[in-house]
Design a protein around this ligand. Sequence first.
Ligand code: SF4
Length: 307
Amino acid sequence: MSGDVPVMYSDTGSVDLRSTMDIQITALEWMPFGDGYLKYYPDTDEDVYLEQTQDGSLIVRPEKYRERVLSEFDYPLDQVYHGENELLLRLKEYYKNCWALKLHDPYISLIITILTQNKTADSARKTFHRLQHHYKGIDVYKMASADKKELEELIRTSGPYKADFIIRCSQEIIDRWGGSLEWMRTAPTQEAREALMSLYGVGPKTADCVLLFALGHSVVAVDTHICRVSERTGLSLATGDSEAAKRRVKEDLERKHRIPGMAHLLIINLGRDFCKAVLPLHHECPVEDICPKRGIRKEKGLGLIEE
Ligand code: SF4
């Protein structure tokens, strides 16, 4: 969708920065800092700060980066779903001020997604920021020849074992594709997905995140949270979050509901804000009146939990 929707900078007055920064791999280059977010730009060797004020305006420091930062905002999420599912239409309206950020460099997306594996987004953000500063901007060549012990220490809080993933998959990208993943942008989705998954340390969800957030393929990246919300809302009839259930959820969302990849951010938002694993906030939820709440039962004294 990047490039399809002309965006004037003034349009970003509708941005809800918190939800925009929370849920997409593209946003994880921004690290929470004070009341806003910090991003390192390797080409100028500077940190840039972004904050939203009470009245909704966006502050960028240093000011000279304003246009560059605002140009990273691509389109609001109310432009991502054009089907007829009532629940998704409701979410599209509710999260209309959450913005998709511009497509990412696929190698950077890959490294950030590896850092998020089994870790929180905040942990990955801090680790990525540290890596960027240490290497003055990472790239496939720097990472392929990185000192393993040093890298393990730099990424310790996101899982030191991932140093092996990062070094080996970077070496593979150089050996097999001349150091670039760009060819995957125009390759058939399944071919690109299989190629990514053949890299050391890359599983289905990591591959789907890179395909979606960096390469423009319309895929849904399924994780435990997507499984939970899809089951409860009836978007999928799969149960649990086994690998078989994840495949079923992916098929239901991509084929049955024809959800364009970026629309799955609506489901992630719902899970994060209301449909929590424990004690979901039904009474505040924007889809409460149309949600079947599959797999949920009343548990005395604990509120509502999963069966
Ligand atoms: S109503 Fe409850 S179960 Fe349904 S989506 Fe909202 S929080 Fe989840």
